[in-house]
Each structure stands twice: as structure tokens, then as C-alpha cells.
Design a binder for this molecule. Structure first.
Ligand code: COA
Ligand code: ZN
Length: 320
């Protein structure tokens, strides 16, 4: 059988996928998803080979009622495979709850734009940074690693363009606090290939020690193109959500993340390994659709992978 040609530009041999569906995906779902179903979904994705999860958030249950069962989710998931479970944390109370629940790392999050930070976590960016310094000291005592997320890193729904200098400034502050892994969040799908290239290069120049993760939403249809641009820049860690579930409840017209199975499909077709079983993922995406009760945006889950052939009997012949 003829092998598919490999992508022309050199790409990383392997990347890590961080599944954020249980957090970013579910957080804006209006109907509460029972805790047992959340745990089943995560465990099924562990079975598909996913080794990194943003499992939930330790935020105010009044702000995000869907994730009020964060502790129970963390207690229920399969920890036997070495899969890593991180959770979002905005403040000290969240850090205490997350550490008590046994997370593998905290993900502290703030926005690159002031107005989104005010909307999302009800404080200024400087206050977020002050809180994070305290949390880093607290987490170090508990020997729990801390990662950082920067929301609205490619644009803000309230302010428009977000200067790259703001993203670099926050990334540097994170690095000074001891973080080694950060994520650039495209909260409202405003990233474009030139912006991805610019921000990856600026961070590599300013803080080369940081491992940069990319997090895209497919709001304007260019999510996978942005991920591919990241690959060309040598990024090897991407966040995505099963079925393309998702969206931030604190932005207008938010839509889903890039879908995990579409991203894995693209990566495998480009010869980039993920350690994930695509067929298993496609079944999980279909089950997630049943769980949520509506059609999800993922595309490969509808079409199947490209070499899935069909019986000729399944369609009529076009007689003239
Ligand atoms: N976990 C649980 N409860 C929390 C909490 C946390 N991490 N942080 C605060 N609370 C509770 C407080 O205990 C207090 O409860 P009480 O009124 O019963 O005493 C209440 O929330 C208000 O606390 P305060 O510190 O004044 O918070 P706030 O009202 O300024 O809200 C956040 C700040 C960060 C807690 C809130 O904006 C939030 O949870 N945002 C998360 C948004 C999000 O997840 N966005 C999606 C990700 S991009
Ligand atoms: Zn997001």
C-alpha cells in the first residue's frame, strides 16, 4: 500500500496533547453533567492514550456552577496510568482546595488584557500577579508544581488587539515565580497564523526556558491552522477539547476549543506522534455528543478518518 507523503517542512516527531474538555469544554454547559459521567469521560480518554488533562477548575462554584464538583472529579479519576491531572486555580482558596484534592500541578490563570481579567476573575492583572506570588510560595511548601495560563493572549473581546509585550511581561513574571510550563489561551478564537508566529518567537527570545503550550478555539475556523503554525515554530504541547466542546462563559459569543480528535488526526497525518488511539477518540467524541445532547463541532467524528472506506451499496448511482 502506498504510504501517505510526509509533510514537507520538518515538524516535531511527537507532541503532548492536553485534554481540556472536562474543564474548558464543560464549564459553560448549562445542564449540570453528573460527576460520575465526568469521571467516566476522563477515564475513557485515559484509555484512548491521553496522558495530560486539565480535569476541572477550583474556582467559585457561583461563578462556574458546572465545576462545583471539582474535588469529587479529582478523587474519582483513574490515577494508575501516570496520566497528569492539572486544574485551573485563580486564587489562594482555589490553590488550597486543589492541593487538598491531590492535583499533579496547579494552573494559575489570568488574562493578558485588563478588562477580561476584571470580568473573569474580578480583579486587576497586578492583583492576580500578587496572588500568584503567594500561591507559588504556598505550593512550593506542599511540593506541588505550578504552571501558568495567559487568557486573551491573541486578542480580547473587549479591547481588541492585545500587545505581544503584555504577553511577554506576564510570561516573564510567571517564569520569575518559578513556573516552567505556560499556556497561551486564545479564549475567543482571535489567533491567526502571523500572531501565533509572532508570540511564539517573542517568548522564545525573551524566556527561552519556558515550555509554551498553545490553546486555540475554532471560533473563526482557523484553529487547526494556528496549531500547525505552532508546530512549525517547534511547539510540542497543545490543548484541545473532545468533540470541540467549550467556550468561556465570561465572553460574548464564545465557541468551542479545537477538537482533540481533529487535532490528533491532523498530527498523525503529518507524521507527528501523540501516543493516542484516534479510533478510540472518535468513539469518545460520539459518546460526548450523546452525553451533552447536541451535535458537537468536531469534524473527523462525523466523516471518519480518511482511509475509512465505504461499501458502494451505501449510495445510489448517479443515473442520468
Ligand atoms: N473556590 C471556591 N470558592 C471560592 C473561591 C475558590 N477558588 N474563591 C472565592 N470563593 C468564594 C469565597 O469563599 C466567597 O464565598 P462566600 O461569599 O460564601 O464567603 C465568594 O467566593 C467570594 O469570594 P471573593 O474572594 O470575594 O471572590 P470574587 O467574588 O472576587 O470572585 C473569583 C473571584 C476568582 C473567585 C471568581 O471570579 C471566579 O471563580 N472566577 C473564575 C472564572 C472562570 O473560571 N472562568 C473560566 C476560565 S477562563
Ligand atoms: Zn479556552
Amino acid at each position: 500500500m502506498q504510504q501517505a507523503p510526509k509533510a514537507h517542512p520538518p515538524l516535531p516527531e511527537r507532541v503532548d496533547i492536553v485534554e481540556v474538555g472536562p474543564r474548558d469544554g464543560l464549564q459553560s454547559e448549562p445542564e449540570f453533567v453528573p460527576t460520575a459521567r465526568k469521571i467516566e469521560l476522563i477515564n475513557d480518554l485515559v484509555g484512548a492514550g491521553i496522558r495530560h488533562f486539565e480535569a476541572t477548575s477550583f474556582v467559585s462554584p457561583r461563578a462556574v456552577p458546572q465545576l462545583r464538583d471539582a474535588k469529587e472529579v479529582m478523587r474519582g479519576v483513574d490515577r494508575s496510568t501516570g496520566a497528569q491531572f492539572t486544574t485551573l486555580v485563580p486564587n489562594m482558596k482555589g490553590a488550597e482546595r486543589a492541593i487538598e484534592a491531590g492535583v499533579d500541578a496547579l494552573v494559575l490563570f489570568m488574562s493578558a488584557s485588563e478588562s477580561h481579567n476584571l470580568k473573569n476573575v474580578n480583579c486587576t492583572r497586578e492583583t492576580s500577579l500578587e496572588r500568584f506570588r503567594e500561591i507559588c510560595a504556598f505550593a512550593a511548601q506542599a511540593d506541588v508544581p505550578v504552571q501558568g495560563a495567559i487568557a486573551t493572549a491573541f486578542g480580547c473581546p473587549f479591547e481588541g488587539e492585545v500587545p505581544v509585550a503584555e504577553v511577554v511581561r506576564i510570561a516573564k513574571a510567571y517564569h520569575e515565580m518559578g513556573m516552567r510550563v505556560i499556556s497561551l489561551g486564545d479564549t475567543t478564537g482571535m489567533a491567526t497564523p502571523p500572531l501565533v508566529q509572532e508570540r511564539c518567537r517573542a517568548l522564545r527570545e525573551a524566556v527561552p526556558e519556558l515550555e509554551v503550550t498553545l490553546h486555540f478555539h475554532n471560533t473563526r475556523g482557523v484553529g487547526l491552522v494556528c496549531a500547525y503554525t505552532g508546530l512549525l515554530e517547534g511547539i510540542t504541547r497543545f490543548e484541545a477539547s473532545i468533540g470541540g466542546l467549550g467556550g468561556c462563559p465570561f465572553v460574548p459569543r464564545a465557541t468551542g476549543n479545537i477538537s482533540t480528535e481533529d487535532l490528533v488526526y491532523m498530527l498523525h497525518e503529518c507524521g507527528v506522534g501523540t501516543g493516542i488511539d484516534l479510533e478510540h477518540l472518535l468513539e469518545a467524541a460520539q459518546q460526548t455528543e450523546t452525553l451533552i445532547g447536541r451535535t458537537l463541532p468536531g469534524q473527523v467524528m462525523k466523516a471518519g478518518s480518511r482511509l475509512k472506506t465505504h461499501s458502494m451499496d451505501t449510495v445510489a448511482t448517479a443515473n442520468g
